[in-house]
Design a protein around this ligand. Structure first.
Ligand code: FEO
Ligand code: CA
Ligand code: CA
Ligand code: CA
Length: 667
């Protein structure tokens, strides 16, 4: 159990200054150590990572993936069981969202005539996406991962997965690989994460759509209007139709279609002859039992298919339903929640994937509507309600599987509120209130502003950047489900915080941010449990990066309704949009303070703590990612050399942060 907090929490560190240095900076009195980097070996006998593109592709299923992201620490006791209070030994489970291909091969990705010609390079990339499970231990004051732990595991794009819930074993999921629609291979673009009260990990498939090849001009001739509407709503097919990493272009294909499975075009006579439904097998929340390395991960279709950012578990109360809050991170997409039919029974702790079958296959999926008066409604996504019918003009829904697979269409039908890119959700353990980062939205127009997405303005811009309109710096909304009941169908909400440069005008810097806490593009967000009420905010920014690298801040937020109502005047002129309420943090207060700044060209994303809150694990994603492909032969032109320094290629990595006096982080 977390230590009881008697007095109000107070941040107790000196703010870290904004920085463009190629280092991780933490406050005086703290140490950040690199724990687990791209390519690090996680099995006995796998050599150390050379980091020059020469490591054997066949070893990558036993190496750390790339682009570390959402992450959970599961403490373990001496009997190798889950112990949430575990403070010196645990399983660190983390997502590897995507790759920076330039640094993975001898000279970047080999592409000849538009196609991938080196199958070994593609194999590396298959393995570098997905999830890591690693055992970590504290010896003295030093945390290390155990290279030969029997818990260590990589889940990647070749790992077999089962389907459960309304879409499992339906025609929509039938492929040549799984002719009854019961399974698929792999998980992809695993962004933020989630947990269950029985001790499993949830990984969430975000920008999966871009990996598929689909030449629409060919394929549209063979597709129904509904199928075309589904492709369009989910953005399947890149602009050149080849897919993000062009995996489908490798020839010849293998007998088990390792490359052809990324092509969604109709090729064979029936759906079990090809991968026309391959796109339907991605976009899900996936459950992994880290304590059972041989277990098969399960895609939970009851939680809907969209660009899943994360799945944050709501308050857990014996005898009450369980709830997960979920963002769909794309411009003008929605916030969702899933409420289980079954009430929580603590006897299911340790129940693994079978417990997931009990709580995550049957329940209600909702989408959020934010009203201008500070109230909101959860709209159920179910066939026959909220315009989700066969006669809905935007998409003729056929059955329950169709609704979860095309959840975005269902949410459109229900009339949900289009948000400024819903990223992470976080639940305040003190009061059950839920926070939602809205990272930015270049597609927000003056006309489309609303109370919950009220900004349209020009970012004052730095010298290196063009002006940005829409909502370039993002904001954070929070809400309280009615009566403190996570299963409630209404809520009240306000805006907690607006991102901005501290030098911006008062109409842009609405939260009165100062030099020690200004930020842009909030994304990762998580409440510490060991220090209940301490909120960590992480940024994934491209708008303020002329002044500072991405960062992490600590905050001590109050509650919904703390703010005073205020009308926003957007800088492009007066708008009809007014916001309900928001909290404007005064500079110099204890409410928000910068704790960490990352190396060049990175995103800070993913956070977890040891059971005692005295070690904080943070992921540094894609340092140096915008390095020009032409510069791969000239290390002096790499965008970053973190963490190795010198002339090394940059690597995504986990750092562990401890306080030098052994105390709680941030307090
Ligand atoms: Fe993968 Fe929405 O960040
Ligand atoms: Ca994110
Ligand atoms: Ca982001
Ligand atoms: Ca990223």
């Amino acid at each position: 159990a977390p230590p009881a907090q008697q007095a109000p929490l107070k941040l107790n560190f000196n703010a870290v200054a904004k920085s463009l240095d190629d280092v991780v900076t933490v406050p005086a009195g703290y140490t950040a150590s690199v724990l687990y980097r791209l390519g690090d070996p996680i099995a006995a006998g796998v050599p150390a990572y050379a980091n020059d593109g020469t490591d054997a592709p066949s070893t990558y299923d036993r190496r750390a993936g790339d682009h570390h992201d959402g992450m959970t620490f599961f403490g373990i006791n001496a009997s190798n069981k889950w112990d949430p209070a575990g403070a010196s030994r645990g399983l660190l489970v983390m997502n590897h969202e995507a790759i920076t291909p330039l640094f993975l091969h001898p000279a970047g990705q080999t592409v000849v005539g538009g196609v991938r010609t080196v199958a070994d390079e593609v194999l590396r990339e298959f393995y570098l996406h997905g999830v890591s499970v690693i055992e970590v231990n504290k010896v003295g004051n030093t945390w290390t991962y155990k290279q030969d732990s029997s818990f260590n595991r990589r889940v990647h794009t070749l790992t077999e997965m089962a389907f459960s819930g309304p879409a499992a074993k339906t025609d929509y999921l039938k492929t040549k690989y799984s002719t009854d629609g019961s399974k698929t291979r792999g998980t992809l673009n695993n962004c933020a994460n989630g947990t269950t009260p029985w001790g499993t990990y949830l990984t969430c498939e975000e920008n999966w759509a871009g990996y598929f090849r689909r030449i629409a001009a060919n394929d549209n001739l063979k597709r129904s209007d509904k199928e075309k509407a589904s492709f369009a709503r989910y953005g399947v097919a890149g602009s050149d139709g080849l897919g993000r990493e062009r995996w489908a272009t490798v020839t010849p294909d293998t007998a088990d279609n390792l490359y052809g499975r990324w092509n969604t075009e109709v090729i064979g006579a029936t759906a079990t002859d090809d991968f026309r439904n391959g796109h339907n097998t991605y976009g899900w929340v996936v459950e992994i039992d880290p304590f059972t390395p041989a277990s098969t991960p399960k895609k939970r279709t009851a939680l809907g298919r969209f660009g899943h950012e994360g799945a944050c578990l709501g308050p857990v109360v014996v005898g009450k339903p369980l709830v997960w809050y979920m963002g769909d991170d794309s411009q003008n997409e929605y916030l969702y929640k899933f409420v289980s039919t079954k009430a929580w029974d603590a006897a299911d702790i340790g129940g693994g994937i079978a417990a997931g079958d009990k709580y995550m296959n049957d329940g209600k999926l909702y989408v959020a509507r934010f009203n201008a008066d500070g109230t909101g409604n959860w709209l159920e996504l179910k066939l026959g309600v909220n315009n989700i019918t066969a006669s809905y003009a935007g998409y003729a829904f056929a059955d329950a599987a169709d609704v979860v697979i095309n959840a975005r269409h269902a949410a459109d039908a229900a009339g949900a509120t289009k948000m400024d890119r819903p990223e992470w959700t976080a639940v305040n353990p003190k009061n059950g209130e839920v926070y939602l980062t809205l990272t930015n939205n270049g597609a927000r127009t003056l006309k489309s502003t609303d109370a919950a997405n009220p900004r349209y303005y020009n970012d004052p811009k730095g010298v290196a950047q063009a002006a940005q309109t829409g909502n370039p710096n993002g904001h954070i909304v929070r809400f309280a489900d009615a009566g403190g009941d996570p299963a409630a169908v209404s809520f009240k909400w306000d805006v907690y915080l607006f991102g901005a440069r501290s030098t911006a005008s008062a109409d842009v810097n609405l939260s009165n941010l100062a030099a020690d806490n200004d930020f842009s593009s909030p994304d990762g967000m998580w409440f510490s449990h060991a220090t209940a009420g301490l909120l960590w905010l992480q940024t994934d920014d491209g708008k303020y990066t002329d002044v500072t690298n991405c960062m992490m801040l600590a905050a001590l937020p109050g509650k919904v309704g703390d703010g005073a109502a205020r009308t926003i005047t957007n800088v492009d002129g007066p708008t009809t949009a007014t916001q309900a309420t928001f909290v404007g943090k005064a500079p110099g207060t204890d409410g928000l303070r910068r704790f960490l700044v990352g190396p060049k060209d990175c995103e800070i994303t993913g956070i977890a703590e040891s059971g005692d809150g005295r070690a904080l694990f943070v992921n540094i994603q894609h340092p140096g990612e915008t390095t020009s492909a032409a510069n791969i032969t000239d290390p002096t032109k790499f965008g970053s050399h973190w963490p190795e320094g010198g002339t090394a290629r940059p690597r995504s990595a986990t750092v562990v942060i401890t306080k030098n006096d052994g105390g709680l982080i941030g307090l």
